[in-house]
Design a protein around this ligand. Sequence first.
Ligand code: 6PG
Length: 220
Amino acid sequence: MDSPEAAARRVAELLADAVRAAQEIALTGGSTPARAYELAAELEPDWSDAGVWWGDERCVPPDDERSNFGLAKRTLLDNLESKPGRIHRIRGEDEPAAAAADYDRELRGMTLDLVLLGLGPDGHVASLFPDAPGLDERERLVVSAEPTLEPYVERVTLTLHALRAARRIVFLVAGAAKAEAVERALAGPPEPAVPGSMVRSDAGETLAVLDRDAASRLRD
Ligand code: 6PG
């Protein structure tokens, strides 16, 4: 995509299509998706048939400016004419292990149709950080995690196992600071040092929506 705006618009279109198909959608945090969320609310203001989930959460209350739910509320949910019929928030205000166990129960038996993910400059996705102990988790769908990048608050995150079960995974990445991480996550071998390289849909598709700067180290 030529610009961050074009990448945000493409993701907004994918979100709007998923909403119109009444799908189960997992949102991401960080700063990159904000514009995509605003555009998605403009493209499709009726989310009443959709289910909304989160791939990870920072362990702060929902009205804290670092909250991933809070970001989606400000940029997406508050701008809708009809709210999603099902909002599955990770309870960042709870004790992390308890919040993870509760979300695991909520997610179990559910297939996510679309999981939106960002990518950190260190190659992390959701709150799965490089070489984190939870990367080889096979049973749990959701775990608590310690961040190795700002903001330094505990996290609750879907596991690789849970992310890979999604029907469609979409990475949204913008900016030159992410170019090396994009190269390693999308064009390199799968390795725990770059969790993004280990996230691919088991049975569905994995897409990357990148702006020109983020894609600059990929070959055509
Ligand atoms: C979080 C995220 C995280 C994020 C990346 C990219 O809670 O921080 O879910 O995985 O997507 O860190 O974040 P930026 O868009 O801010 O670069």
